[in-house]
Unconditional design. Sequence first.
Length: 84
Amino acid sequence: MKISNVARLVSGSAGKAQLEVAGHPMFQLNAAATFIWHQLASNSSPDMIVAPLVASFGASEEQARKDVTNFIEILKKHWLVFDE
């Protein structure tokens, strides 16, 4: 996956962050979404993100996989991540 160069993560408090697009706030991310974004920015594949997400947040593997997939689909709909 490749992250759009117009998207930027701005850290907030309590693990939350804001995703800005071209300098404009677009999404407020919770701690799990922020974690997924950082993993995508580090070139981790969706499959590589699931286990660390489970370990960090205590979610089931099924829920973590769903969360990763859903978040990526939202990002794709807004042209913020692309398949390479």
